[in-house]
Design a protein around this ligand. Sequence first.
Ligand code: ADP
Ligand code: F6P
Length: 495
Amino acid sequence: MTRLLIVSNRVSPPVGDGKANQGGLAVALNSALRVTNGIWFGWSGNEIDQFTGQINFARNDGVTTATVDLEAQDVEEYYNGFANRTLWPLFHDRIDLAEFERGFAGGYERVNARFAETMLPLIAPDDLIWVHDYHLIPLGAELRQRKVKNRIGFFLHTPWPVLRLLLSLPSHRQLVDAFFDYDLLGFQCQAWRDSFLLYVREQFPDAEIGEDGVIRLDDRVVQVITCPIGIDAQEFVESAQSAQAEESREAMHKSLDGKSLIIGVDRLDYSKGLEHRFHGYERLLADHPHYLEKVALLQIAPPSRGDVVSYQDIRKDLDALSGHINGEFATVHWVPLRYVNRGYDRTSLSGMFRAARVGLVTPLRDGMNLVAKEYVAAQDPHDPGVLILSKFAGAAEQLTQALLVNPYSPEELSDALKQALDMSLEERKERHKALLESVLREDVHWWLRTFLDALEDDDADGESAQVISLEQKRGGGGGGESETGRSPMQSRSFA
Ligand code: ADP
Ligand code: F6P
């Protein structure tokens, strides 16, 4: 089997404590790497005084990791800065929160160049290289500039923004230009792939876009596919039936004392729509008082990206709002909203999902929302709960049997909660059956196979000769110019 070299900003090996495995990317890649003989390269999460490029290798539960430390300035400008204060808000339709600082762009370029330089010795001639997420968009171009000829794929875990939003980024053309140095580009949803192709059509009029999503620009060829990420569904189904999950479900039932549980599990991120979710729940309690003391909302939300002000703000706002809702509705015997800021191990979580009559996954805009798939996989098929899913979650294209809602509308959320709580067993079973089929069919192994088959297939555009001649070109000659004819500065400047 061809060796796989995965690169992502965060490297979270499976260490068995829930905290390290938060985040869809980490969870999915751990599942994927276990079935390949691969290496996972990225940032250690640690800071040092001066970047050395020293790689630390480790092996945990069948996964080899190779990590580097970054300087404080790198972390500030690249991770907290360009990745999480510029691209993340922009890619999640929050242009009001996006910050455009030249220093951030410089840090983003620098760290991508450092990653490329440091990982060069790890690359064997036949390796497939798979780069993940918005932190590392220019990495492929950086590798090509260093004469890496391997096939390189890129997968975006976030949404891709609509054209007019992306145009607000000063370096939007350079950012997108970097995608043409990959062989394969994967999006979670059809809508975001279409949005990307529309951008290319408008901003790169010289690019030829084939029906099959193969783009040719000068001598560069990239295939663009939709490939929604899944969970390790079978494993999650089994985990939800394990003794540990059963214990967690039992404990939850006991604490609920006959009340119906509504559950939400998300990183504490403004994209997850938690404030709107709380308002929807408040509306349910206000408009339908017969639910008072009959339901409880458990929101698990471990803090995330705490150095970024917008994340500090959302945390403060949620603290206040949860206090307000409990102050308004709680009685001496009942806490309507249990708001918990910590992580849990995945097996206990699966038991909590199984105990919940309703799963609330209502982001304002999000990449996939693996949590939605986990909730479905954890249910008892004979007495399943109901998934309420935002129309703006990536998962909504696949999980059409969920109750799909507009997460901005407290009324719609309240109506959906009522519908879910009142739903007959027959309808619950019918919806769940269809959802589970989809979650099992398009699981993480399917995702991995689909992406890697396309990446391995250098005949994907039906004109292998063209791809081969491009590969040969990449192999030839040194010199200061890249083989695309662009100078390194042209292709790299994000400022
Ligand atoms: P994102 O990648 O934006 O965080 P996803 O819903 O796609 O969103 O993935 C989140 C992953 O992190 C899921 O696998 C979920 O189970 C896990 N997770 C989220 N919150 C917690 C928590 N409190 N404890 C343990 N795992 C969590
Ligand atoms: O899935 C989106 C994502 O941004 C991943 O790239 C990331 O690992 C995860 O969410 C958690 O975010 P962070 O790594 O910033 O804690």
